[in-house]
Ligand binder design. Structure first.
Ligand code: TF8
Length: 338
């Protein structure tokens, strides 16, 4: 074999090799993902979005980049949902409660006292019921990737300690833009006022509203302790966050690109839940140290509230459909039995 022939053969071998690896190589193009969220960068939400962004970059060899935009700089949850549907924004994370106007089945997660603990929440959200509810979004132009934990919600206000239902009388309480929350707190006697989260701090500061309800983590990260004196441990509802993608944009991605996002979403879910729970375990002590006056509801008072709130269950069941309602109750029943 002369030199030339050897060179030609070697070149042919190299190009054959390149062709075969190109076939195996992932179909990933440079992509910029604008990912909006409502809390600030220092919150559990901010940390988890950052983690998600790192995973996406890593899994795509740096081709897919996530631009994380927090503090509702791209708008409130409701505004971002519309931007995703229209294709003007690629991704967001926000409360499931603000999605009920788009996908009525999301109201399932607004059921007061639905879950007794995070183990039940994880099992139902990650199981068949949670998946079914999430897939409903697709009919409306959204793709849900995973649920993150916002958490069990607790009441704060600047007026007085709330130790019984009657203490809520006349308290102007900000609620999420969601009919179940509105009805629930009206039933309990509060003057419930729906407001986007992005307007909440200043509404509390100017006393446009007296109180609000959110998990400990958010009361810490959004510095509500600066404008709220009283905290009632009510754990009245478990609130999920949901990570979503614009369906318009998602449908234009390759299978490999979709997998990069899906894998990162799953990893971020595990990261976020652990981080949120670790922070939550310390948050109550933090809030006391910041000067909040904390009280628990006595079991008798908690039961009175619980009884009152069962009135909203019938309307939730109608809205989400009796089959889904029953499937949820059965799943919980099974878990509680064994
Ligand atoms: C609320 C929610 C918020 C979320 C967040 C902005 O009270 O709990 O934490 O919607 O994504 O609005």
């Amino acid at each position: 074999m002369n030199f030339l022939r050897r060179t030609v053969l070697a070149a042919a071998a190299v190009s054959a090799l390149l062709a075969s690896t190109a076939g195996l190589a992932a179909d990933i193009k440079p992509r910029l993902i604008r990912f909006g969220y409502g809390l600030n960068e220092q919150s559990n939400q901010g940390r988890a979005v950052k983690y998600f962004a790192e995973q996406v970059e890593k899994n795509s060899q740096g081709k897919m980049k996530v631009r994380a935009i927090g503090a509702a700089a791209l708008g409130s949850d409701v505004q971002m949902q519309q931007a995703l549907i229209g294709g003007a924004q690629e991704m967001m994370v926000g409360s499931t409660a603000t999605l009920v106007g788009i996908t009525k089945e999301m109201a399932l997660w607004d059921t007061p006292f639905l879950f007794n603990n995070t183990k039940e929440a994880d099992a139902v959200l990650d199981g068949p019921v949670g998946t079914k509810v999430m897939h409903k979004l697709e009919e409306k132009g959204l793709v849900g990737l995973t649920y993150w934990e916002n958490g069990f919600r607790n009441l704060t206000n600047s007026k007085r300690p709330v130790t019984k239902m009657e203490d809520l009388d006349g308290i102007k309480l900000r609620v999420m833009q969601n009919p179940v929350y509105l009805d629930s707190f009206k039933l309990l006697g509060a003057n419930a006022i729906p407001l986007p989260f992005s307007e909440l701090f200043s509404a509390l500061e100017t006393k446009t509203v007296d109180g609000q309800e959110n998990p400990y983590n958010t009361i810490v990260s959004s510095k509500f302790y600066e404008v709220q004196k009283y905290l009632t441990i009510s754990n009245h509802v478990y609130s999920p966050w949901i990570v979503m993608v614009s369906k318009k944009w998602w449908d234009g991605l390759s299978k490999d690109e979709q997998k990069v996002l899906m894998d990162a979403a799953k990893a971020s879910r595990d990261f976020e839940r652990k981080d949120t729970r670790d922070e939550g375990a310390k948050a109550l002590a933090d809030l006391k140290a910041k000067g909040m006056q904390v009280n628990e509801l006595s079991p008798a008072e908690a039961n009175r509230m619980r009884d009152k709130l069962t009135n909203v269950n019938a309307s939730i069941s109608t809205n989400v459909g009796p089959d889904l309602w029953k499937e949820t109750q059965d799943a919980l029943g099974k878990m509680r039995a064994g």
